[in-house]
Ligand binder design. Structure first.
Ligand SMILES: [Zn+2]
Length: 396
């Protein structure tokens, strides 16, 4: 099993400068290749890797960056492109991989075998050796004990300027097995993050991160204050710093709530977690021709709740506890009556399902969750394990 642990690290000003230098170079290399792809160039990992030698001649500063980090840039680009191709093939409409912006720290990924951890000291190598070495290796201090054995270390920086090392390690521990055989099906939605229905006939309601409205208001206010200042003035810079701090806090809170919700969701099921396929969701499919109101809904759900991120969290948390995630087509699950199968149109604003045939009155999401579970148990729609359907893509 894989475990990730994020630890804050302390670095000297000189080492911080080295980190900044290396991430700038890596980002530039990434964006440079991406600009060619955006202009229509074909992507081939093999061909791209061969150009590194040439790039080194054009920009000798690349030699001061640790070689494995530069190679990692190609793997990251390849991952983003493969995810993009996979989603195009699955008839989704993914965005093309994006440029890495300057204000964001480009994650530096070190393969575990090139890293030395001694007690609280973490040594990160830089490029070149002997006389050609321009920058000394980085010696960072860990604030917690690093896990072993190491597989990979990723260096990141948050908006407040703190550096972190995320350790990926492998343990031989096997996940606990449950044999109760019960499953819970979830409908991921707009009003509540997830509504579940279990094989034992129990409903589960999981609300999402709702304080984002408060944060958005604060951020809007800061933006409007800043708009009245001269660009580059002291007050402008100050407000920018506050803005970054607040949005970072919002992001942290949101992620925390997603972690809690996904952990809770995963705990509810003994064996199987069934999710509707997000790419087929009505709000996503229909958004193009819908009114402004529903478009706004759809966008806000995607942005504020981060459903894709949520699904990924559920995925790895399930894996860790030995449960399986199934994704099934959720076509008509909100339109069909879960009691008698009657089908009617259910626009997004209708929150309650009224069945004219059998008289069922039920919450819209509860009705869908029941349908998803029934479909899963009947093995109707083609269902796949999560891995095959969606994997991380930088387009999201
Ligand atoms: Zn009915």
């Amino acid at each position: 099993m894989l475990f990730a642990k994020k630890i804050r690290i302390k670095v000297s000003p000189r080492d911080a400068e080295t980190l900044e230098f290396m991430q700038t170079k890596c980002r530039a290399l990434y964006n440079w290749h991406l600009s060619h792809l955006k202009a229509g160039a074909r992507w081939s990992l093999y061909e791209a890797k061969k150009t590194l030698q040439q790039s080194r001649q054009i920009d000798p500063e690349l030699n001061a960056v640790y070689g494995k980090l530069l190679q990692e840039v190609f793997f990251r680009l390849d991952e983003a492109m493969q995810a993009f191709f996979r989603r195009v093939k699955a008839r989704e409409t993914p965005g093309f991989p994006r440029y890495h912006p300057r204000q964001k720290f480009f994650t530096l990924k070190y393969p575990g075998m090139y890293i030395h951890v001694q007690g609280q000291q973490l040594m990160l190598p830089t490029g070149g050796r002997g006389k050609t070495k321009r920058l000394p290796d980085i010696h960072a201090t860990l604030t917690e004990t690093a896990p072993t054995p190491l597989r990979e270390v990723a260096i990141t920086k948050d908006a407040e300027g703190h550096y972190y090392a995320t350790f990926l390690s492998e343990t031989s521990e096997s996940p606990p097995q449950a044999d109760d055989g019960s499953a819970v099906a979830y409908d991921l939605g707009i009003k509540t993050l997830a509504t579940g229905y279990s094989t034992t006939g129990r409903f589960v309601h999981i609300g999402g991160f709702t304080t984002y409205r408060w944060y958005n208001k604060q951020l809007d206010h800061l933006r409007s204050l800043r708009a009245r200042c001269h660009q580059g003035s002291r007050r402008y810079r100050y407000l920018t710093a506050v803005y970054h701090r607040v949005s970072e806090k919002k992001r942290r809170k949101q992620r925390d709530s997603l972690h809690k919700a996904s952990a809770f969701l995963t705990r509810q099921a003994e064996r199987a977690i069934v999710l509707g396929d997000l790419s087929q969701q009505q709000m996503v499919r229909k958004s193009r021709k819908c009114t402004k109101r529903t478009q706004g809904l759809h966008r806000s759900v995607q942005n504020e709740w981060g459903l894709y991120q949520f699904v990924q969290m559920v995925q790895y948390k399930a894996q860790r506890t030995g449960k399986t995630v199934y994704v099934i087509s959720e076509q008509y699950t909100s339109k069909e009556c879960s009691e008698c199968g009657y089908r009617q149109d259910m626009p997004l604003w209708k929150r309650t399902y009224h069945c004219p045939q059998c008289g069922l009155v039920m919450d819209r999401d509860e009705n869908s969750a029941r349908n998803i579970l029934a479909r899963f148990l009947a093995r109707l729609g083609p269902y796949l394990e999560r891995d095959d359907v969606l994997s991380e893509s930088s387009g999201i």
